[in-house]
Design a protein around this ligand. Sequence first.
Ligand code: FAD
Length: 457
Amino acid sequence: MSKLESALSGFREDFRGELIDPSHAQYDAARVVWNGMVDRRPALVARCANREDVRSAIRFAREHDLLVAVRSGGHSVAGFSTCDGGLLIDLAQMSGARVDPETRIAKVNGGAMLRELDLAAQEFDLACPVGVVSHTGVAGLTLGGGMGRLQRKYGLTIDNLLAVDLATADGDVIRASEDTDPELFWGVRGAGANYGVATSFEFRLHPVGPAITHGLLVYTIDRAHEVVARFAEFGATGPDEVMPTLTFGTVGPDDPWSELEGQPVALVQVTHSGRVEDADRDIGPLRIERPVADTIKQKQYLAVQGANDEELAWGKRFYMKGGFVDAISDEMIDACIEGIADSPGRCGIGLWAQGGAMARVPVDSTAFTGRDAAFWIGLEAFWEEPARDDDFTGWARRVWETLKPFTADGHYVNDVVETGQSVVRSIYGDAKYERLVALKRTYDPENIFRLNQNVVP
Ligand code: FAD
């Protein structure tokens, strides 16, 4: 019996969840993550049942000098939530969300998916602003920031975070909130994966739905300049209730407008989260005549939140680049048009309007950087064949080089695939980075939690 194996039997005794090593029948299922590009083999997967399991897993990893990966929803684009040869602390079994309709507060366990929070809140016609794919993990999304369909109306996910319980490197559990530890609370709202394992969250909820208004306006690419100009103006002047995004994409065989198959298009996606009777009036200024399609109609909020789930199901290979943009120029639109024309398959260049509630929160009040820009921009590539990795990653890198000159400072940490100190500094900017380093020295001086966009103590 190896030293690790004999230590394991002690670890097993108190552990309420499941410990899965490479000899276990479920090992391959237990180590898989969302991005099909990422294929790693941890020495042990600790499927925690509760907070005490998380604490003992952290202690065990420290005692045996094991690299620690932490996984909740498994959607890390960069593949941070797994590792070769270390201990994977898996929170998926710590799922669930509870809502108090009186206080409009949701308590959410560290392993919950967005769907659980959405479902629990919609029982009372409430919602927390979260992301746009409901099998994403609440933890990773929140600790990075949390952008989505309600960001203009109610802010980012972190703008609605009231408190988070963190199991720290030294085995404690601490609560970070504006009252209990404001500096840590500042850091976890944008760089949270660095400071411990979040075992539960509390969020503020808002009235949303159950019916909202949502759909697409599709335009041929020759109208891109006109469409982007209208989108940009609406981003600056439109009401907070409307969240518009604009994607340069290519029509696929299954799209309802398949007569354009293979052709690039500009798609404006609209979510109106206010009163349905106000939707036509509020969305009106965004519409331009003669779209290829206009699918905007009343839908259930939950249906909208789940609408992308199948298309973005687990197992696809994925690569992306992202940043923020202050103003969209004609040259930038041309670069997008050329970029999408050159795409090797299912790729998109997306712009999300910011502004509204997320922009009213002061930039320096959270570690998240970029909320004051007018738009977020992201290049996304999906494919299935490993042999085509270079085609798709190469496309994204090439097109990003043409778009980078138009971007502002900062990146959304959850978009960034590359690693290294200069990369992490470019996410937060130097001043915030130094503040994050000071926090890291307090809460994780040995850098136990380093599989993330790492703030080095
Ligand atoms: P995981 O892979 O489990 O974890 C991601 C990171 O967080 C890792 O570094 C991990 O170590 C750390 N982590 C995970 N759980 C914990 C925990 N409990 N405590 C401490 N650290 C932890 N982002 C948006 O803002 N809006 C969107 O609409 C959006 N849509 C997305 C759609 C898809 C299909 C994908 C793949 C990603 C999307 N993202 C979006 C990005 C997403 O927010 C991040 O990938 C996020 O990190 C995923 O969280 P997770 O818990 O699923 O990931």
